[in-house]
Each structure stands twice: as C-alpha cells, then as structure tokens.
Design a protein around this ligand. Structure first.
Ligand code: SAM
Ligand code: SF4
Length: 381
C-alpha cells in the first residue's frame, strides 16, 4: 500500500491575481500560532492511528503503514522561517513511520529562498523542491500578479542545487492573454537551459473570486483564449519531449525516474493524510477536510479538539468516476476493470477516432491529450 502525507501552509506574501488556493496575505501575525497548531494536529493525528481516519467496516489496522511521500504545500511554505518549516518536516518523521528513501517535497516561492534556507530544509530531510516560476516574460509576470524578478527562479534553482537538492521542479502557467508565442517559446527555452528534473505547466484558468476574474468583469483584462492555450500545450509537449522529458500526466513532465510520487498517489486514488487549514485527506474510501480559516483551525488544534470540518464516504460510483477522471490524465492510463461499466459504444468511437487506446488499460493517445476532458465526459455518458 502506498500512502502520503500532505501538510498545508496557508500564507503568502502577496496574492497572485489568478490564485484561489486556501491562502492569505497579511496574516503574518498568525504564523507562529499556526505553526504550533499544525505541529499539535500532526502529532494528534499520528497518535490516533489509522482507525481514526478509516471508514466504518474497513480493516482497521492499529498501525500506520509506512508513508512513501510527504508534501508541504500552500500557500507558500517557504514564507515560514526556515527553522519552523524544517521543524515541521522533522516532526513528520518522528511521529509517523516513513519508508526508506521517501520523497519529501516542499513548495517554494523563488523570492523567499536562498542556499542557506534550502540547506536547513535538506538537513531536515527535504529531498525535492517545487517552485513557482510561471513565466520568464516580465509583462506576463506583471499580468499574473507575480512580483519576483524575471530571473529570480533561475537563482533559486542554482541555490537549491548548491544545497544538494537533486530533484527540482518548476511550475509554469501558459496562455495569459498578453503572452505571445515568442514569450512562451522563450520561457520553455529558459527552463530547459536551467535543467530542472520536473516541470508542471498549467493553462491559466480564471477562478471566480480572484483579482483576475474581477479585472475581466471590469473590462480591464481579457479572458484566456482556449485555442491559443491548446496550441501552447502542444508546443510545450513537443519541446519537453524533444529534451527527453516524459509527459506522465496531462500537465506534468519529468526526466525518467523523477515523476512526483506524492501526486501519483493522488492520481492513482491512493491514501493520504491531509493536515493543516483546509487540507483534504483520503483513507480507504473515506474523505475528510479540515477547517479552512487558519485562525479557526489553530483554535481547534490548540484546544485539543478535532480540526476536521467535514467528511464523506466515497460511494463505489464516485470512486469509479474519479479513477477514470484522474487515470485518463496519466500516461499509464487506468485499468479497464477499475472503471467499468463504461459506455462501450463511446469507447469504440473514441478508439476508432484515434483519441483513446482501449486495451486492458484505457489511455489517451497523443491526439486525445488535447481533448482529455471531452473524452472523459463521453466515456461517463
Ligand atoms: C501553491 S502554488 C505553488 C507554489 C508557490 N506558492 C508559488 O506560487 O510559487 C501551485 C501552482 O498552481 C498553479 N496555479 C494556481 N492557480 C492557477 C490558475 N488559476 N491557473 C493556472 N495555474 C494555477 C501555479 O502554477 C502555482 O505555482
Ligand atoms: S500562486 Fe502561490 S504565491 Fe501566488 S497566491 Fe497562490 S499560493 Fe500564493
């Protein structure tokens, strides 16, 4: 059994225009209490054991399995003082059994880190860093509401390497209306020259309740264009494949062997503990989520109360739908037996239309990647 641990840090220096993650700017005074609360909650969840998160009727082992990945995400985990973040990572290994060679990732914003910061994380057991670069075109960064200098992520990658991190990932966002084909080509060229081990490239999405959505409503920003985004996705795959990176998920490329194990656990519908404000967890078909507001989460944890806000038992039908949705986004696809019954006439039509490989496993073809959502909807009928 493969299981992961997710920890959420809901603070950022400033809110990017496109982001609707559970994160807050201007709550710096809450950080020390939140760190204490996260540590308490982590220790309490670990001490309660798997019976506290498993669904009724599941085999209730008294012992945790070994965990093969830890992912500290946000928000901006590296907005925390280095000793606080390092202390949280250390605590995971003290209270939960970790597999040998477990993947331990921290998300970082480039302008919050330097070699000394990374060294403190490496000393605590961090072996992977995932950083948001988003673009290497200054006007696109400005539109996205990113405030770091164009080349700051390159310095951060060099600092990570200097600290001994052998697994470095960058996030990119393509398809902002001000981005030209040349801007995107220059961005891809830059990341390939810096030589990261893993890349996530996402189409810019307009989320309600963001600065970006407000600007579109006011007429001061344009919405992204679907056709431009589809073309950028194709170009991205061409460039990254030619450089020897493997597209193992719709928006993720890795040098062979550097696929993100933690995210694969999500996409393979595995089990993970979710700890921190607004974090979601999943254990053997039971899903739960924590109080979203950092202060409420901290109040509950510090008072020794449960930080869970709600839970659900995932029905067999929901499980099947999720396995298909997530499985089709991966290059490995999904075992047909795990997602049946399917609309067989849709399977045949999609296969003969060149969008789906339909053997024992269902997989999108290269042409199918561009239409992943449509294919999934048609398979679900
Ligand atoms: C938690 S952030 C990553 C770490 C860090 N906070 C940073 O921004 O550098 C997760 C990533 O999701 C992506 N993302 C968030 N909102 C998005 C949106 N509306 N459209 C496309 N990508 C988005 C960005 O690439 C971002 O780097
Ligand atoms: S993209 Fe990253 S830095 Fe920007 S608001 Fe979201 S979590 Fe914070």
């Amino acid at each position: 059994m493969v299981a992961g641990v997710y920890l959420h840090v809901p603070f950022c220096a400033k809110r990017c225009h496109y982001c609707d993650f559970n994160t807050y700017a201007g709550l710096d005074d809450q950080i020390p209490r939140y760190v204490a609360a996260l540590r308490r909650d982590l220790a309490a969840v670990a001490a309660a054991g798997p019976a506290a998160v498993a669904p009724p009727g599941a085999e209730r082992s008294p012992e945790w399995p070994t965990f093969s990945s830890v992912f500290v995400g946000g928000g901006t985990p590296t907005y925390l003082p280095a000793e606080d973040l390092a202390g949280i990572v250390r605590l995971v290994g003290e209270v939960l059994p970790m597999a040998d060679g477990a993947e331990v990732t921290v998300e970082a914003n480039p302008e919050t880190v330097d070699a000394a910061y990374f060294s403190a994380l490496v000393d605590a057991g961090v072996n992977r860093v995932s950083m948001g670069a988003q673009s290497f075109a200054p006007h696109v960064l400005a539109d996205l509401g990113r405030w770091h200098e164009r080349d700051r992520p390159l310095q951060a990658v060099a600092d990570a390497r200097a600290a001994g991190l052998a697994n470095v990932s960058l996030d990119l966002i393509y398809g902002a209306p001000s981005e030209t084909d040349e801007d995107w080509a220059a961005t891809l060229d830059t990341v390939l020259r810096v030589g990261t081990d893993h890349l996530s490239a996402y189409a810019l999405t307009v989320e309600p309740n963001t600065e970006y959505a407000a600007r579109i409503r006011q007429g001061s920003a344009l919405a992204p264009d679907d056709d431009v985004q589809a073309a950028r996705m194709t170009v991205t795959d061409e460039w990254l494949s030619a450089a020897g990176m493997v597209r193992y998920e719709l928006s993720n490329w890795a040098r062979p062997g550097f696929e993100c194990r933690h995210n694969l656990t999500y996409w393979r519908s595995g089990d993970w503990l979710g700890i921190g404000a607004g974090a979601h967890g999943h254990w053997q078909g039971r899903r739960w989520w924590s109080l979203r507001a950092p202060a409420r989460y901290a109040d509950a944890a510090m008072a020794g109360r449960s930080t869970t806000s709600g839970f659900e038992l995932v029905t067999a039908e929901q499980q099947r739908t999720e396995r298909l949705l997530l499985g089709l986004r991966m290059a490995e696809g999904v075992a047909r037996g795990d997602v049946e019954p399917l609309d067989e006439s849709a399977v045949q039509q999609l296969a003969s239309g060149g969008l789906l490989e339909a053997g024992d496993r269902l997989r999108l073809t290269p042409a199918g990647w561009a239409l992943a959502n449509d294919v999934t909807v048609r398979l679900l009928g």
